[in-house]
Ligand binder design. Structure first.
Ligand code: URA
Ligand code: URA
Length: 215
């Protein structure tokens, strides 16, 4: 009798634990989305560097807050500044074609930039602008907690992986940072300027597919 009682107790506990776990998971998603939304609100109000005065709007990021894969570019261009979404201009359209070829759905991943405001005339972001903006990207990464981060181009590579690295030498190699896989590839804008980089970019995306799609 006692044995049956103990067993029932155990099963009851198990059911409870599962229910609690489910409750926690149900709570986690809206909490994460609210924290990301709050970060966005803070970022939209940011005046830490002069870029905000020269741009139309802050381009915070786009995608699934639960994404396993996060892409990080440089900063908004003219089209992104106008629309408010990263990678929607010419480079973005090329990125969309690459993602499609790699069977990676854009709405399942998350895309952000190192700087959230467009530098005037598309110049490179300066170091003090990167430093001001970096806490937003770091918090985006913390909240989204992706398994894989792909650095698109030199700035993301140098900001997130190695300040002395160059994309030509460092692309296509996996790094393990804070329990995540990170890899860098050429920026799609660099690919537009030099289509000869296609082969390397495709090799890098095949690596990404291996881990993201587990193929
Ligand atoms: N280039 C970038 O680095 N980011 C964008 O969002 C668009 C173009
Ligand atoms: N090539 C890239 O891929 N990215 C840069 O930022 C510069 C050159």
């Amino acid at each position: 009798m006692i044995k049956i009682k103990e067993r029932q107790q155990t099963i009851f506990d198990l059911v409870n634990t599962e229910a609690d776990h489910q409750k926690k998971q149900e709570k986690q998603e809206p909490a994460l989305e609210m924290e990301l939304e709050q970060l966005k609100v803070n970022c939209l109000a940011c005046q830490l560097c002069a870029l905000r005065k020269g741009c139309t709007q802050v381009v915070f990021g786009d995608g699934d807050p639960q994404a396993r894969l996060m892409l990080v570019g440089e900063g908004p261009g003219a089209d992104e500044d106008r629309i408010g979404v990263p990678f929607v201009g010419k480079a973005g359209q090329l990125l969309d074609r690459i993602l499609q070829a790699a069977s990676i759905k854009r709405n399942e991943i998350y895309i952000a930039n190192v700087v959230k405001c467009r530098p005037p005339g598309n110049r490179q972001p300066q170091q003090h602008e990167v430093d001001s903006c970096l806490p937003y990207l770091r918090e985006q990464i913390n909240l989204i907690n992706p398994e894989i981060i792909v650095c698109l181009g030199n700035l993301a590579l140098r900001t997130l992986l190695d300040s002395k690295a160059t994309i030509t030498h460092s692309r296509g190699k996996w790094h393990q940072i804070d329990g995540r896989r990170m890899i860098a590839t050429f920026h799609p804008a660099a690919l537009l300027r030099d289509p000869g980089k296609k082969k390397e970019v495709w090799a890098d995306f095949k690596e990404i597919m291996k881990y993201y799609l587990r193929v």
